[in-house]
Write a protein that binds this ligand. Structure first.
Ligand SMILES: NC(=O)c1ccc[n+]([C@@H]2O[C@H](COP(=O)([O-])OP(=O)(O)OC[C@H]3O[C@@H](n4cnc5c(N)ncnc54)[C@H](OP(=O)(O)O)[C@@H]3O)[C@@H](O)[C@H]2O)c1
Length: 353
C-alpha cells in the first residue's frame, strides 16, 4: 500500500540536509575564504551557496566551483531558506544573527567565541567529541583555534592514559587575528627591511622581527589573557574533563600562518615515548613529524595548507622523574583545522544525521 502520510518535520529536514542550501557569513575574511575553499576541495554536496559579509564588501564577488558568486550584505532575513550557515564574522555578528536563524530552522556552525561555553551549545572537534553534535539545538560552536589544534593530539593520549595537567606555550601566527593582521605583518616587515617608519594599526605592538604576549585583554585578578582563558576552559569542555588543570602562555609571533604549541602533559600513569607515538600515529587528523636525526619537527611553514595537525619532538619531561609527563611540539594551520576545516567537518557530520 502506498504511504500517504506526509513526511514528518524531521524527515523533511533530513532530506534537505542531503543537499543543503549553505551560507557563509563573513565570506570575505581570512576564515571565510578558507571555508569556501574547503567546501570546494571536499566536494561538499550542497544545493546552493550564498556568501555574506558587511556593507564594506558590497559589490564583491568570490569564486566557487568555476562561478563568481556575489557577496551579499548580511541582513536579518538573509538566512531564510538556508539549511546550514557557517558563521565567521566575529562574536557581534554571531550574537546578532545566529539565534534568530537557528530558531528559524537554520543549523548554525559558529566560528566565533559567542556561544562556545553555553551549556546548550556543543563545542566540537569531530576527531574528539563528534557525538556531541547530535545534542545541538540549532547552534554548534567551533572551538578556539589553539584549543582545536591541542585537542586533536591530546584526545587519543587521554583515552589511553587520563591527562591530569597540561602546561603549554603558544607561538601564534598573524592569521589568527584575521586578514588585516596578516596584511600588517607583511607591510611591517617590508617597511622594516626598507628602513621605512611603519605605524601599526591592527595589533598593539610592532610586529616585524618581534613577538608579544597575545593581544587579548588581561584579567586583572588572575593575570591570564583572554586567549589563555579560552584555551583552558574550551579544552575542558571538548575533552569532557571539568577538572583538567591547564596553564597556558599565549604569544603572538611574526609567522604569517599556522600556530605552534609546546605542551608538557602530565598523565595519571607513566607513559613511554614510543607508546605515545604509536597512539598518536594511529589517531585521525595527525601526522607525526619527529625526526631527531635531522632535527626536523613540526613547523608552521610545513603545517600551512595542511588539514592534519603535525606532532613531534616527543620526549619524556626531564623535570618529572616519575615518568608520567611527556613533552611535545604541535603545529596546525589554524585557518584550516583551527577554523574552516573543523567547521566544514562538523557540517558534514550534521548532514550524516
Ligand atoms: N583567524 C582565525 O584563525 C580564526 C580561528 C578560529 C576562529 N576565528 C573566528 O572567526 C571569525 C572571523 O575571523 P577572521 O580571522 O576570518 O576575521 P577577518 O579576516 O577579520 O574577517 C571577518 C569577516 O567578517 C565579516 N563581517 C564583519 N562584520 C560583519 C557583519 N556585521 N555582518 C556580516 N559580516 C561581517 C567581514 O566582512 P568585510 O570583509 O565586509 O569586513 C569579514 O568577511 C572571528 O569570530 C574569529 O574569532 C578565527
Amino acid at each position: 500500500m502506498p504511504n500517504d502520510n506526509p513526511p514528518s518535520h524531521s524527515q523533511a529536514r533530513h532530506a534537505r540536509l542531503r543537499a543543503p542550501q549553505v551560507a557563509i557569513v563573513g565570506a570575505t575574511g581570512a576564515v571565510g575564504i578558507e571555508l569556501i575553499a574547503c567546501l570546494e576541495q571536499r566536494g561538499f554536496p550542497l544545493a546552493g551557496l550564498r556568501l555574506f559579509a558587511s556593507p564594506r564588501s558590497a559589490g564583491k564577488t568570490l569564486a566557487f566551483r568555476g562561478q563568481d558568486l556575489p557577496v551579499e550584505v548580511m541582513e536579518a532575513a538573509s538566512l531564510d531558506g538556508i539549511d546550514i550557515a557557517l558563521f565567521s564574522a566575529g562574536s557581534g555578528a554571531s550574537k546578532h544573527f545566529a539565534p534568530a536563524a537557528a530558531a528559524n530552522g537554520t543549523i548554525v556552525v559558529d566560528n566565533s567565541s559567542a556561544f562556545r561555553m553555553d551549556p546548550d551549545v556543543p563545542l566540537v572537534v569531530p576527531e574528539v567529541n563528534a557525538a556531541a553534535i547530535a545534542l545541538h539545538r540549532g547552534i554548534i560552536a567551533n572551538p578556539n583555534c589553539v584549543a582545536i589544534i591541542a585537542a586533536v593530539p591530546l584526545a587519543p593520549l587521554h583515552a589511553a592514559n587520563p591527562i591530569r595537567r597540561i602546561i603549554a606555550s603558544t607561538y601564534q601566527a598573524a592569521s589568527g587575528a584575521g586578514a588585516a593582521a596578516m596584511a600588517e605583518l607583511r607591510d611591517a616587515t617590508a617597511a622594516h627591511l626598507a628602513g621605512v617608519k611603519f605605524e601599526n594599526k591592527v595589533l598593539a605592538h610592532p610586529y616585524a622581527f618581534n613577538l608579544f604576549s597575545h593581544d587579548t585583554d588581561i584579567d586583572p585578578v588572575t593575570g591570564e589573557n583572554g586567549e589563555e582563558i579560552k584555551v583552558g576552559r574550551e579544552l575542558r569542555k571538548i575533552m569532557g574533563v571539568p577538572d583538567l588543570r591547564v596553564g597556558v602562555t599565549c604569544v603572538r609571533v611574526p609567522v604569517l600562518r599556522a600556530h605552534t604549541i609546546a605542551m608538557t602533559i602530565e598523565f595519571d600513569q607513566p607513559i613511554g615515548v614510543d607508546a605515545a607515538r604509536e597512539l598518536l600515529a594511529a589517531a585521525p587528523g595527525i601526522r607525526i613529524v619527529d625526526d631527531r636525526a635531522r632535527n626536523h619537527f613540526p613547523m608552521p611553514r610545513e603545517a600551512t595548507g595542511q588539514g592534519d595537525v603535525l606532532v613531534g619532538r616527543l620526549r619524556e619531561d626531564a623535570s618529572d622523574p616519575s615518568g608520567r609527563s611527556l613533552s611535545m611540539l604541535v603545529a596546525g594551520d589554524q585557518l584550516l583545522k583551527g577554523a574552516a576545516l573543523n567547521a566544514v567537518q562538523i557540517a558534514e557530520r550534521v548532514m550524516q544525521g
